[in-house]
Design a binder for this molecule. Sequence first.
Ligand code: HEC
Length: 137
Amino acid sequence: MRRVTTALAIIPAFTFALLLASASAAQNPGGSDAGKKLKNPVASSPESIKAGQAVFQKNCRFCHGADAHGDGPMAPEGTHPSNLTDDKWDRGSTDGEIFMVIRDGAGPKFDMKGFKSKMSETDIWNVVNYLKSLQGK
Ligand code: HEC
């Protein structure tokens, strides 16, 4: 009888731990192993960087600023868009991790929503190449 009770007590605790693990992965898509494993299929050519810059000016500038310094004039009040030209990446610095933030949004608060319904994967990789070309500028 005692054994049964213990088993019953363990199941909810285990389920809860599993739920927590999957919830935090969904909330913070960057900095993840999946992002690290993702390879950038688009070579960082001048064409790709130029295409990425155009996409950035259209979709990202009003929050992150024209030069991607994080000072966009129309960022929603109370949000703090990241400076994308420094070497500080809260959600991981590999191409794949940056790709996942742009595609899925910046958790856990999602002040920045994901762009997967607005941009093709190639466009997202072009933006990643553009951002990488800005490092240190
Ligand atoms: C509505 C405003 C908004 C728009 C539009 C937006 N962002 Fe963001 N972005 C943010 C905010 C706010 C953060 C920081 C979230 C946080 O740290 O809480 C962020 C974070 C990021 C990060 C993570 C930086 C890090 O340090 O890990 C990347 C990369 C990024 N944005 C790229 C982009 C790109 C590329 C676009 C356009 C396709 C874009 N963002 C559009 C508001 C925005």
